[in-house]
Design a protein around this ligand. Structure first.
Ligand code: NAP
Length: 244
């Protein structure tokens, strides 16, 4: 039977897998939630928008004769990862996760670890600081209780709605970033605290290195637990798995 892959995308790893798989005989589709304005052009079939929960994803798998599902979504995209596991079990197809190792604290890092965004926001109940809120666009409202700070937000798109931070700057840009670029950005805005997710990978690690070099504290949000099952750390490993 022809192997037919569904890649749940939205990450650099997913795009690398899409590129690699386009060079093979396998059939593959990459899907996006459709949260951002510009989606990277892919060399394989691309679909945009959710499936409609576990039932919708299961129906998609059946009607498109998907044989393998690779969850290459961001480590903090928990809902779709849970849906992927349940839909794969329900339809009896093979499931694997393509992810990246999380960042490890190195000498010189000043990290305060918290379990989730809510805990990070609770820590900002303090005197005014100059904060880089590097958590993407989702969940920003959880910080609206702490309006005493200046916030620097780095986002992929300009938000449609106005943000309720009295004192903030939005920088619209897409990684990867270099340590030098991030040192310039952090210094320009006199940032003294960063709130970050432990996403892992290279594309957004520059701010962690820049913070180490500039002596800036980071409130680091720990990753949600990675689902059980087959886990790969490179697109090449996924191709090997498909080739078995
Ligand atoms: P989420 O909370 O886990 O998922 C919410 C819903 O969005 C899912 O139930 C699903 O809708 C839809 N969805 C998510 N990823 C999808 C995909 N690749 N293809 C089709 N539908 C998808 O996800 P999230 O945290 O909002 O993240 C959304 C997307 O942004 C993900 O694809 C992720 O890779 C990317 N991203 C997330 C983060 C982050 O920090 N969370 C950072 C960078 C990139 P239905 O139930 O309707 O199927």
């Amino acid at each position: 039977m022809l192997k037919n892959l569904l890649i749940l995308g939205g990450t650099t790893e997913a795009s690398s897998l899409a590129y690699l798989i386009s060079k093979t005989e396998f059939n593959a589709t990459i899907s996006y939630a459709g949260r951002v304005k510009y989606i990277r052009q892919q060399p394989i079939n691309t679909i945009i928008g959710g499936f409609g929960g576990v039932d919708g994803l299961s129906s998609y798998i059946i009607s498109n004769e998907i044989t393998h599902l690779v969850d290459a979504t961001h480590p903090f995209a928990v809902q779709i990862s849970k849906n992927a596991i349940l839909a794969s079990q329900k339809t009896g197809i093979q499931h694997a996760t393509l992810t990246r190792t999380k960042w490890q604290k190195l000498k010189g890092d000043n990290w305060h670890l918290v379990h989730d965004v809510k805990a990070a926001a609770a820590m900002l109940n303090s005197n005014p600081r100059r904060v880089m809120l590097a958590i993407g666009r989702m969940h920003l409202e959880q910080f609206y209780g702490n309006t005493q700070h200046f916030y620097l937000l780095r986002l992929l798109d300009k938000p449609k709605e106005s943000l309720l931070f009295p004192n903030h700057v939005i920088q619209v840009s897409r990684g990867p970033f270099t340590t030098e670029q991030d040192k310039i950005l952090l210094s320009k805005h006199k940032i003294d605290l960063i709130v970050a997710k432990n996403s892992g990978g290279n594309a957004t690690y520059a701010k962690i290195e820049a913070a180490r070099q500039l002596g800036i504290q980071i409130i680091m949000i720990e990753r949600p637990v990675i689902p059980d099952g087959l886990i790969f750390y490179s697109p090449e490993e996924v191709i090997q798995w498909l080739s078995l």
